[in-house]
Design a binder for this molecule. Structure first.
Ligand code: PEP
Ligand code: MG
Length: 756
């Protein structure tokens, strides 16, 4: 049975459309189960009915035409009960409904299983037999297993199919890439020559092909340099440095040399050699576990396409638009994005990519709303009016008038909100009743797009050091790390900068140091890894210390602390690093400031060892992202369980309260550097609990400042008490959300949900 099941599932996976997949399913299931009929009914929620989507046994002419209301027939009953129904004689069941034209008369026994996706019935899978008999347990479990396999495929196709039928009344769902709302016409960009469409060919003139290739690389280098310059004006110096990755690739012998080799030694044309080498490299990157590195495949494709474009024609593939558009492409790359003048770029939609794509990173830096990874046929959308909701990832095509009015209103509110939040720039971060708070920056996550000076931040509350390690092809040297850390400490001269030691493992992998584990989030991650490699840890600590010479604004934070021993070992290594660097600094006639050392509280065990921990550390910072994940046993990256990843779960709230109360008792500074601190409701709850230091991304700082400047602690404290009395997460969130609404800050509730 298992082999047959696998065969059916594989046949469905290989099918190019849902129709084909369902057709294969019913045909193969009928034969595997040796039954007389197999059919699939797909739910149509708007019409509140099931549609016969495929059958092998009923009348083929009824496919797509036979409908059963949700409340009717045995199929309807399965949907209502959300469970399997096994009947020896279906026509005698009171719920049985005779459908004309489906030719169901010969069948008596009936076995049907609901097809469930994320708690919703998306269809019903049925087998029928002419004999009057009950199906056995083996048949039941076979059908249930198949139905479970089918669920995601149907749900996905339902979402996708909306556009195929030109039914644009529902949004297309993607990933929120950059926050904001945009309304404009779609401008679809396609490369003139697709990498995948090139058929490799050989040439007789190898020398000419090589010259041609070298000239094209030179031309692309000049194009990219020009784009980087243009980009610097609209998104800032740090974002423009992302183009360095492209330039680096064009100079990288491990990329360029194999292409030249294919041309000169094997006789491929320049275009073919670029295709062959680039695709092989892209394949290697795409297979990597880490999302950041998977995205690098897209950089290689972008550069390869540009070289090919230059090889095929002497002029680059410029984009000519003169009014604001929403740039739509199969793959919006950083260079495509930079081609569109900033004043003409209202929004971005990319069919591929995610929040880690360079395009998303750049869109955020430029403040352009973006949706990534949305699935629809590109050709149909050009010049159609679009609404991009960069908060939710919803894309509306040819929106209805009421929807358009609603989004225009939102856009208007957005603009007003933006002006409003910046009206408090330069004013102190304090509540209406005079409670002072510190708003700090979370930096370092996105290839350093966020290290530019943020005048509104009181310092850096969390500098994630992983990215410099990820951008290299081996561990970065002490000198390289020192340079990078120095740049940040200098940028924030006179303000505190809290640097976290390397937190790789989990979902953050280094390509040159792969960790293969069954359960990476519970494995060799963060401090566990660095303590096992003191040679790496010491290099990082020394680089941080050396970078801080004369600036004295460094503090160091340890990730994923779960026991006292880890702090003791880390402290010993910090002492050792400090002794070494301070001797060197002393030889220059200076003294090296000993930094304060803190821990991230993100592993639940840390909550219960605070009394023992406190004498060993100077501060702690709550990493709510991981703390919630580990307290609730909910993977922070798994969309399937996203609805139960709840920051307002009573257990989370109690943990947060314990952490701030303990900090007060032991006289230790405490901050929150997880996403919760940048959430308008979250920050008010935290404030009411007693927190005063919050660390968040650049985008959130002015917003959270505005919210805090318009709130009163003496109103929030009783609100928290009320919320805790009812002890319901929804009530607590609801109470604080209402507080914002009542003070005219409801607009922030939308804006609170964005990427880091
Ligand atoms: C956290 O876990 O809340 C945190 C800030 O760290 P990271 O998101 O980098 O794991
Ligand atoms: Mg964490």
């Amino acid at each position: 049975m298992l082999t047959q099941l696998r065969h059916i599932v594989e046949s469905m996976t290989e099918a190019s459309s849902l129709e084909q997949a369902l057709h294969a399913l019913v045909r193969l299931t009928r034969s595997a189960m040796v039954v007389d009929c197999c059919s699939v009914y797909v739910a149509e929620p708007e019409q509140r009915c099931y549609r016969l989507a495929a059958t092998d046994g009923l009348a083929a002419t009824a496919v797509g035409k036979a409908f059963l209301p949700f409340e009717e027939g045995i199929v309807g009953l399965i949907g209502q009960r959300e469970e399997l129904i096994n009947l020896a004689d279906a026509p005698s069941h009171p719920a049985f409904k005779f459908l004309p034209d489906v030719a169901e008369e010969p069948f008596r026994s009936f076995l049907g299983a609901p097809i469930m996706h994320q708690r919703q019935v998306v269809g019903v899978l049925v087998v029928q037999q002419k004999d009057c008999r009950l199906f056995d347990e083996g048949e039941e479990s076979f059908l249930v297993t198949l139905a479970a396999q089918l669920a995601a495929r149907i749900a996905h196709a339902q979402a996708k199919g909306l556009l195929r039928k030109a039914d644009w009344s529902k949004p297309l769902r993607g990933v929120a890439g950059s926050p904001g709302v945009a309304i404009a016409k779609a401008w679809v960009w396609r490369p003139r020559k697709e990498l995948s469409a090139i058929t490799p060919r050989k040439s007789d003139d190898r020398a000419a092909q090589l010259t041609h290739f070298e000239e094209a690389v030179g031309a692309v280098r000049r194009d990219v340099e020009a784009l980087a310059l243009r980009f610097r004006d609209s998104a800032g110096q740090d974002s423009a440095t992302l183009f360095d990755i492209y330039l680096h690739l064009l100079d990288d012998p491990s990329y360029i040399r194999p292409i030249s080799h294919r041309i000169t030694q094997e006789g491929w044309t320049a275009i073919s050699a670029v295709k062959l080498i680039s695709e092989a490299l892209m394949g290697r990157f795409s297979a990597m576990k880490d999302a950041y590195f998977r995205e690098r495949a897209s950089d290689i494709k972008d550069i390869a396409q540009r070289i090919i474009g230059r090889l095929a024609q002497s002029e680059p593939d410029h984009i000519h638009v003169s009014e604001p558009v929403i740039l739509v492409a199969e793959e919006v790359t950083a260079t495509v994005l930079a081609e569109v003048p900033r004043h003409c770029l209202a929004g971005v939609v990319s069919l591929t990519g995610s929040t880690n794509s360079h395009a998303a990173i750049l869109a955020r830096a430029m403040g352009v709303p973006a949706i990534m990874g949305v699935d629809f046929p590109l050709a149909e959308i050009h010049q159609h009016l679009l609404v991009v909701d960069g908060y939710s990832g919803d894309l509306f095509v040819e929106p209805s008038e009421p929807l358009l009015i609603e989004y225009r209103q939102l856009l208007h509110e957005e603009q007003a909100l933006d002006a409003l939040v910046h009206s408090t720039d330069g004013q102190p971060s304090e509540t209406l009743d005079g409670v002072k708070v510190s708003l700090l920056l979370n930096a370092g996550l996105s290839a350093d797009t966020e290290i530019a000076l943020n005048d509104l931040a009181d310092g850096v509350g969390l500098y994630r050091t992983e990215i410099p390690f990820m951008l290299h092809d081996s561990f970065p040297s002490e000198w390289e790390q020192t340079e990078r850390y120095r740049a940040i400490l200098e940028t924030y001269r006179g303000r505190p900068v809290c640097m976290r030691t390397l937190d790789v493992g989990g979902d953050k992998q280094l390509p040159y140091f792969p960790i293969v584990e069954e359960n990476p989030f519970l494995g060799w991650r963060g401090i566990r890894l660095t303590l096992d490699h003191p040679e790496l840890f010491l290099v990082q600590l020394k680089a941080m210390l050396r970078a801080s010479e004369g600036l004295d604004n460094l503090s160091i934070m340890l990730p994923m602390i779960s026991c006292i021993g880890e702090i003791e070992s880390a402290r010993r290594l910090l002492d050792q690093a400090w002794r070494e660097v301070s001797e060197e600094v002393a030889s220059r006639g200076h003294t090296l400031h000993y930094p304060s050392l803190g821990v991230m509280i993100e592993v639940p065990s840390a909550l219960y060892i605070l009394p023992e921990m406190t004498p060993l550390i100077d501060f702690w910072s709550v990493g709510s992202n991981d703390l919630i994940q580990y307290l609730l046993a909910v993977d922070r990256n798994n969309a399937r369980v996203a609805s139960i990843y709840d920051a307002f779960h009573p257990a989370v709230i109690r943990a947060l309260q314990l952490l701030v109360d303990s900090a007060r008792r032991y006289g230790k500074p405490v901050s929150v550097c997880g996403e919760l601190a940048g959430d308008p409701v979250g920050v008010l709850v935290l404030l009411a609990m007693g927190y005063r230091r919050f660390s968040m991304n650049t985008f959130n700082i002015p917003r959270i400042k505005y919210v805090l400047r318009h709130a009163r602690l003496d109103e929030l404290t009783p609100l928290l008490a009320e919320g805790l009395r009812v002890d319901s997460p929804h009530t607590l969130r609801g109470l604080f959300a209402r507080y914002l609404e009542e003070r005219g800050m409801g607009g922030f509730l939308r804006a609170g949900h964005k990427s880091r």
